[in-house]
Design a protein around this ligand. Structure first.
Ligand code: NI
Length: 253
């Protein structure tokens, strides 16, 4: 259920029963020739909403403006300075907790969100905030590996493109029809969490916007499977999180 569709009385009832809340966090950035600018937000939101349906959870409005400084040389990318994002997201988490939600479960869709989100989580009690990128649960990771192997790459991944294709239709592959340059293990390790270079350098290195990802392998059918796997895993993890938040609160009295 979307928080913004509820009345305050409905929210009050849920808080009184002891509820945590899901917060989707994405980005507004280029995703290669066949990936939509809102890919990360679209994926995080879809996984969150489907998970919430499965476990009767509430989903807060998604955060779409987040740090993506390395992609600003590509049209359509809007990057929020990291410290502003951290303050903004931190205020939202604090606000939700202050309203009486037991905890905030972040469904993340963008690597560069992780460092500032973890900094926020470090300032909360461990049971009050959990961060999970939708692609991390083992079932999802296994499926990505089976479907795309190394061609999943790092950005404009076939799995994220597949989810948007399932939800919104397939865009022509254009320059993305050929495989991109394959990334080395060293590159992947050094740049995890989206630690990429300066915007002009980044565009020069990855001229069509894909970072080692063969987006054109995506299909809407894959997207449906990946979305189902991600939302089921996230629903289970959310229930576990909510349960531990509940028992910590009752122990504290
Ligand atoms: Ni993405």
């Amino acid at each position: 259920m979307k928080l913004e569709h509820m009345t305050w009385q409905e929210v009050d009832n849920r808080i009184r029963k002891g509820a945590a809340i899901i917060l989707p966090v994405g980005s507004t950035e280029q995703h290669g020739p066949m990936g939509r600018i809102g890919t990360d937000t679209i994926c995080a939101k879809a996984v969150a909403l489907l998970a919430a349906e499965a476990c009767d959870a509430i989903v807060a409005p998604p955060l779409a403006y987040t740090p993506a400084p390395f992609n600003t040389a590509f049209p359509g990318t809007v990057s929020m300075p990291e410290e502003i994002f951290q303050a903004h997201a931190g205020a939202i988490v604090t606000g939700l907790l202050a309203q009486g939600f037991l905890g905030v479960f972040v469904v993340n869709g963008h690597g560069a969100n992780l460092a500032p989100l973890r900094a926020i989580a470090n300032s909360c009690k461990p049971e009050q905030m959990r961060i999970r990128s939708w692609w991390e649960p083992e079932e999802v990771n296994g499926l990505r590996r089976d479907l795309y192997g190394d061609w999943e790459g790092m950005h404009a991944t076939p799995s994220e493109v597949a989810i948007t294709q399932y939800l919104l239709g397939v865009l022509p592959s254009g320059d993305a029809s050929e495989a991109p340059t394959k990334l080395t293990q060293e590159y992947i390790q050094e740049h995890s969490g989206d630690r990429h270079g300066r915007p002009e350098e980044h565009r020069q290195m990855f001229p069509d916007g894909r970072v080692g990802s063969h987006s054109a392998l995506a299909t809407p059918e894959d997207g449906e499977r990946i979305l189902a796997a991600a939302s089921q895993s996230i629903a289970r993890e959310f229930l576990d999180f909510e349960e531990s938040a509940r028992s910590c609160t009752s122990l504290r009295g």
